[in-house]
Design a protein around this ligand. Structure first.
Ligand SMILES: [Zn+2]
Length: 96
C-alpha cells in the first residue's frame, strides 16, 4: 500500500518529530518549558526538561514552604490554555 518509500507510514504524521514526548509548553510566568502529553481529558502528563526547583522560582518557593506542588500555578494555567488552544494534542500512544 505504501508506495512512496516512507518507513512506518501507517501511523500517519505526528507533528513533533524532534520531541520524544508530548508538546512543549512554556510557563508564562517564569518561561520554564515543559513537555506536556495528554492521554485523556483527565490525564495530563508533564515532563520537566530541567530541574524544576531551579528553573521555576514559584516551584522552588512552594516546595521550600513544604507544599507538595508538582508544578507552578502559572505553568499549570499555561498548560490549560495550550490544551484549550489545541496546542497540546491528545496522545496517540497507549497509557502505560
Ligand atoms: Zn513557573
Amino acid at each position: 500500500m505504501a508506495s512512496r518509500g516512507e518507513p512506518n507510514g501507517a501511523f500517519g504524521t505526528y507533528s513533533a518529530p524532534n520531541a520524544p514526548f508530548g508538546s512543549p509548553v512554556a510557563c508564562r510566568s517564569c518561561g520554564t518549558t515543559v513537555l506536556v502529553e495528554k492521554f485523556s481529558m483527565a490525564h495530563t502528563s508533564v515532563q520537566w526538561m530541567s530541574d524544576a526547583g531551579r528553573s521555576c522560582p514559584e516551584f522552588a518557593r512552594r516546595s521550600a514552604e513544604g507544599g507538595l506542588l508538582r508544578t507552578c500555578v502559572a505553568l499549570r494555567d499555561s498548560i490549560d490554555r495550550a490544551v484549550v488552544a489545541g496546542e497540546v494534542v491528545l496522545s496517540a500512544r497507549e497509557t502505560p
